[in-house]
Design a protein around this ligand. Sequence first.
Ligand SMILES: [Zn+2]
Length: 1136
Amino acid sequence: MKSGRALAVLVGGVFFLAVMSLYRMLDLMQGAEPQLRGEWSAGQFDQDLSRLRNKIDRLERLLVSNNRMVAMLRDSLHIHKQGGANKSAGSSHFQKESLPGCRLAQQKDSPASVQLLDVYDLLPFDNPDGGAWKQGFQISYQGNEWAEQPLELFLVPHSHNDPGWLKTFDGYYRDQTRHILDNMLLKLGEDSRRKMVWAEISYFSKWWNEIDEQKRAMVKRLVEAGQLEMVTGGWVMADEANSHYFALLDQLMEGHQWLQTHLGVKPSTGWAIDPFGHSPSMTYLLKGAGLRNMVIQRIHYAVKKHFASEKTLEFLWRQSWDSSHSSDITCHMMPFYSYDVPHTCGPNPAVCCQFDFYRLPGGRISCPWRIPPQPITERNVKERAHLLLDQYRQKSRLFRTPVLLVPLGDDFRYVESSEWDAQFNNYQKLFDYFDQHPELHIKARFGTLSDYFSALHRHLGAADSSLPTLSGDFFTYADRDDHYWSGYYTSRPFYKRLDRALETTLRATEILFSLTLAEMRRSHGDLVAGFPAREHFQRLVEGRRSLGLFQHHDGITGTGRDPVVVDYGTRLFHAILNLRQVQQSSAHWLLLLDKNQYQHDPSKPFLQTDDVIPAQDALPQKTPLVLSDEPRTLVVYNPTEQRRSSVVSVVVSSPDARVVDSETAQPMPVQISAVWVEPHQASSEAFQLSFIAELPPLSLTVYHVTKAPAGSTPRSSYVIHRHGNPPSVAAQHFQVSRLEAAEAAAQLTLSNKQLQLWSSAETGLLQMLRLSSGLVRRVQVKFLWYGTTTNRDKSGAYLFLPGQGGAQPYTSEPPLVRVSKGPIFSDITSCFKHVTHRVRLYHLEGHSGKSLEISNTVDIRAEVNRELVMRLESDVASGNRFHTDLNGFQMQERRTLEKLPLQANFYPMSSSSFLQDSLSRLTLLSAQSQAVASLHSGELEVVLDRRLQQDDNRGLGQGVTDNKLTGSLYHLLLEDRKAPQDVGGSSTDHLSLLAHLDSLSLCHPPITMFAQSNSQLPKLRPFLPLHSPLPCDIHLLNLRTLEREQEAGAPSQEVALLLHRKGFECSSAPEPPPQCTWSVHEEVNLDDLLSPLQFRSIRRSGLTLLRDHDEPARQPPPRLAKLRPMEIAAFRAVLD
Ligand SMILES: [Zn+2]
């Protein structure tokens, strides 16, 4: 009785809270009312009316989202029932100034002691000559520093095996890698004191497949004995600048799953010695995967020097947004220029090189400092040992403990057995000498990274001291002088875009495949006999591995030789084709009303994708759909977890067409546009049919397309213009007009309910934007060229060396400008010689109509040493600050610094960057990775393509001249900022909720398939797996079917459910409000998440789903999971 009343009071209280929050939300949105800022404001009366209308609209939408609110209420109730775990659900998050829920993401705690942004402000970047350690300083010691605690040295043998660079993956494997691994087995077996670390699982797994059981058993023994350590355990040593966190995590999972299955080990230490700069997104994933320590190497030489002088080369790397510190990871930064032997034993490369016994006289390589190594003999051992000890001691002075890490290796080392003998035998003699001379106070041995870090932590623990904390990232890398590695942020942009096409295809296929298997088991109790689940699963694995391989730091970076690039491209291309087969056959089965009619015939697929990619280096082409009076079946798959209004475009054979929803027979709004074969010539056989599709989350929706009576379909109308040289236009089915002389002087304009834009009539390029709130911003699009310097060292695949003059304006013949207007979208296309640039506005309700779509098709194949950039010049008063994303996972503040050369101020952008002032934010969302900079206040520029005739002396040995016709796609989003915020100080800003949703739409477009045959199609019904979208801030990163443990290559019942809760910022409320709602507390309700799908079992695990990291199984499965803003959570689940 008593508890019943308490519950009633609780329910009442929670209900009251929820009603209050509804009111509060409404209140907040009124607070965001537009203020008059622009000259284009309509009359006061009109404005009041439209405000009123807007408010009513909003109220309606709030009512629509009521269902979700009730779900939230249920959540709160569960939480209260579970002992009030969630105090945050209460009023504290309904702060007056902020959006509910966002404050959690913004919360800042005690800041890390070192902020990299502040280090950049502090450093002079003057690059003085440091003597023997050129980029450092003289290191001194007394000699008695190690009397109490001897120097404890771990010499870590390693071989850096690039999965593709000068040779292809298979080429390196055949010529080097397999011999290295064969010899490892032999040579580590000879002496239990010998050790080795290995990082690249792509190579290791290939070798494993070729060796017999006896050798496999030997590998396991070496691993168990601690002689061989698998470090990082990713498929590759991934690039950290251009890669997206989906692919970073996926390749890590692929490697870790392989290690678990075949070796039964889990890596504890990260090893990233060659990626060109380092990102905290990677450290987040490593920590989440259970790693505790990591080593990094390629860091700006001035930063290294500063850290060395402060003794902060070892630190706890902290996520700048994380107040819990649970993502901290111990990081060791190598102090010197390189990871090779001359730069790892100590500060003097001329001395250290003498201890690379692979360079003994008579060998293949020698020491460039001209003092060769000597074999260690009884005669010279004393002198040699003291020489080496001096380097060790100097290096040790840069660290806080007497434990010292010295790597021993280089690229593709230890190929021949003689090299093993030379290194291990000579070093063993030195170590023995140290052992015989305790007065030297050094204990030296071969070690793994784990050996080193456990000694380090033992010393730290004993001294009761801790490492300093650091937050930020290590871009942009410079290895010497003004040689900044910002070129590779754009090099080979065609393949950077293809990478993301595979990524979105892989994710979409993984989810659809997992849902298909779950649906089969639910309805049939098991997998359906005719469905090729095993073959499809292998296609998925191949897709994962192809994407994984390309994340290598010479893959997605665009820094491989031409034939290697073709090899990668072919793998990506085949992966996409194979995954499409999985999609089509899964969709086929899911859509059939009568599943008995399912037949798998690879030669005659039931569904086909509506475009064709003709080759690995070609852009996709839409296949024209031949229309008749008989309906053609079109299937649209929405791979996002959100309900969305999307414009779907297909190419059809008729200028008149009708699209109906197959379930409701409702006609969809359509628009027919021309397919332009030349800038001024429209095809007379092919037409673009666009319609607005309302797509539930993760659904497959079926439409019927038929030919319509002539003249019945709304068509785009065109205005075509070229300054000084009016074109002759061929477009028989469309209304085409020319600009009159007076109009040609004025601006072009397009608008929808939310947004108006103005463009130059002469170039078609954007000039100004106005929001319905009244906010007006000048945003001018320009194209510019960078050349390369006249100095000896010029731009290449890695380096950007543009020289003194900076960018020059792009000049060309006046472009042909084509303005198209229609009921579904309108756009302005500018056809320049080197770029076709299009700005499109969708006439959509809700947030889909809030941003501009920008697309570029670039062709610079005829140029010499040139880079093309697109620059946005705005009046957003951003000063020298802007933000870029890191791997699509988080935002990082940037400061453009005049003390640095121009090329140092370019940063990687994989998905977004923004400029802001107190009233507005301008966000550029991107569907591919490119270099970005903000060289002046209000500016944002992206490098579209680069063509460079020469090598930049980093080993590649060639320029970048294999340019392609390359596409790039963006959304440009202007937003009001409600709360003027202090722009000073480093801050952890996030994208707005709207930008997150917009980015999701941009990066995961709907997938269109059509049925092959027209006649006697079996009955299809849409597939609607979810009742409601996921909360706005929860991203379904993946639903990835795991391999069966008992049967290699077969899918298991278990899936990896990966959720990412986005952090979003508070200063702008989404306007109009999105259809999804977001949770204000830290828990996610797993019962509701994929409802009506339920989990038979679900338990949280580490990010790479290693069994050791699984939480204990609970019956019944837990209903709630804690998921803080920014956090990624992984669950091992079985769908019911
Ligand atoms: Zn490498």
